[in-house]
Design a protein around this ligand. Structure first.
Ligand code: 13P
Ligand code: 13P
Ligand code: MG
Ligand code: MG
Length: 366
C-alpha cells in the first residue's frame, strides 16, 4: 500500500495591512522562507503560502499524519516569526491569533485554525482549498450541505453510482465540545436542525459512506469562545477533495454562486453576504467586508502541490459578487440594528458586557 499523504492547511491572523484589510507581503515572504527550510529539511513535501484578507494560510503536504505535533509546532513557530515582522512593521493587531505565549503539543485551543486530511493519493487528486476572511467556521455549513447532500447542486449524487450511498457529516458542537455524525441522505432533516445554527454547530468532516474516505475537512476553532472576549473573527479554512466518486470541481464551487449570509463583517459583529472573489480581490475594505472567500485549486502529484488555480477568478462568479454588493447595501442600511448586527448572545464577547456593567444601577423595576 502506498504511503499516505497528509494535507494540512493552517491559518492565523498575525497582523493586518492596512487595518484588517490585507496582509503585508513581507509576512508572506517570511512564512515562505520558513516553509522552504522545512521542505529542504524533509518535514514538508511541498507548500504554498497565501492570504485571504489579513489571514495567512500555510498549505502544506507531508507524511506526518493529521494533528502532528511537529507540523503544528512548525506552523506556530512560523506564525511567531511572521508576528515579529508584523511588530517591526507596526501591522494592525500583530500576533492577533496567537492566544497563548508558548506552543504545547497541538494547536487545539491556541488560536490558529487548521483543517487536515490524510489519504492515499489517487491516480488523479484534484483538491480545492477554501479560505475565508471576516467570518466564522459555521460559514461552511451551507456550502458543504449543498456539495454533499443536495442533488439540485451536485448532479453526481444522482448520476454517479459511487456517490449514490451518500456521505456522513461529522458535526461539532463548538460550545459543549461534543461531536455527532449524521448519515445522509437519510438524516438530512436531523442534520439541518443543527447546522442551520452555524454560530454553535459546524461541520468538521465529511466522509464518503461507501468506504469511509475523507472528502472534506474544515477548521472549527472559535476564538471568542476560547478567549472569552472578542479577538477578531475565526476566518476559517476548508479542504474539499474532488472528482472520481466525490463532487466534481464545478459541483464543489457551485454553492458559492449564492452569497449566503454569514456572521462576521465589521468588528466580527455583523451579518453580511459571503462574497466569492479572486485572490487579488481578497481585500475586505468596505465596512471591513463584505466577508470573502477564495478558492485555490491544486492537482496533487506525489504530494507536490501543482497549482494553484484561482478558482473564483472565473467570470461565472460575477453575478454572485454583484448580488453580494447589493445585499451589503441593503444590510448596511440597518446600521446598528439587528439582523445586520449580530443577536445579543453573540454580542456577549464584545463591549456589550462593559456597557451593561456601567448602566446596571440605572435599570429599575418598572
Ligand atoms: P470530463 O468528461 O471533461 O472529464 O468531465 C467529467 C465531469 O465530471 C464534469 O463534471
Ligand atoms: P479579523 O477577524 O479579520 O481580524 O477582523 C476583525 C475586525 O474587527 C474587522 O472589523
Ligand atoms: Mg485582523
Ligand atoms: Mg481576518
Amino acid at each position: 500500500m502506498a504511503e499516505k499523504i497528509s494535507l494540512s492547511v493552517i491559518k492565523a491572523d498575525v497582523g493586518g495591512y492596512v487595518g484588517h484589510s490585507s496582509t503585508h507581503p513581507e509576512l508572506i515572504s517570511t512564512s515562505e522562507e520558513e516553509c522552504e527550510k522545512a521542505k529542504k529539511e524533509g518535514l514538508l513535501i511541498d507548500y504554498h503560502v497565501t492570504n485571504c484578507g489579513d489571514d495567512i494560510a500555510l498549505i502544506m503536504t507531508h507524511r506526518k499524519g493529521t494533528d502532528s505535533e511537529e507540523i503544528h509546532r512548525f506552523a506556530w513557530e512560523t506564525f511567531e516569526k511572521a508576528t515579529e515582522v508584523a511588530k517591526k512593521l507596526k501591522q494592525y493587531g500583530a500576533g492577533q491569533d496567537l492566544l497563548t505565549d508558548a506552543f504545547s503539543g497541538n494547536l487545539k485551543g491556541m488560536g490558529p485554525g487548521y483543517a487536515e486530511v490524510e489519504f492515499e493519493e489517487r491516480k488523479s487528486e484534484p483538491v480545492l482549498i477554501f479560505l475565508a476572511d471576516k467570518t466564522e467556521p459555521g460559514a461552511w455549513n451551507l456550502p458543504l450541505y449543498k456539495m454533499f447532500a443536495d442533488p439540485f447542486n451536485t448532479a453526481g449524487l444522482v448520476i454517479d453510482p459511487s456517490m449514490h450511498d451518500g456521505f456522513n457529516f461529522e458535526v461539532l458542537d463548538m460550545m459543549e465540545h461534543k461531536k455527532v455524525t449524521f448519515s445522509c441522505p437519510e438524516e438530512i432533516y436531523d442534520l439541518l436542525i443543527f447546522i442551520g445554527a452555524p454560530s454553535r454547530y459546524a461541520v468538521k468532516f465529511v466522509y464518503r459512506k461507501s468506504d469511509g474516505e475523507t472528502a472534506a475537512a474544515t477548521s472549527t476553532q472559535r476564538l471568542s469562545l476560547m478567549a472569552g472576549r472578542y479577538v477578531g473573527k475565526d476566518d476559517p479554512v476548508m479542504i474539499v477533495r474532488c472528482q472520481s466518486g466525490l463532487p466534481a470541481v464545478g459541483e464543489a464551487l457551485e454553492p458559492f454562486t449564492f452569497p449566503h449570509t454569514v456572521a462576521g463583517f465589521m468588528r466580527g459583529s455583523h451579518h453580511g453576504p459571503l462574497m466569492p472573489v479572486s485572490l487579488k480581490d481578497a481585500t475586505p475594505s468596505r465596512f471591513d467586508g463584505p466577508p470573502r472567500v477564495v478558492c485555490l485549486g491544486f492537482q496533487l502529484g506525489e504530494g507536490m502541490l501543482i497549482g494553484p488555480r484561482d478558482m473564483f477568478a472565473d467570470v461565472s462568479f460575477n453575478r454572485a459578487r454583484s448580488m453580494a454588493n447589493m445585499i451589503s447595501d441593503y444590510l448596511r442600511r440597518h446600521g446598528p440594528f439587528e439582523p445586520h448586527r449580530l443577536p445579543l448572545e453573540e454580542m456577549e464577547y464584545t463591549t456589550m458586557p462593559q456597557v451593561m456593567e456601567k448602566l446596571k444601577g440605572r435599570f429599575v423595576s418598572e
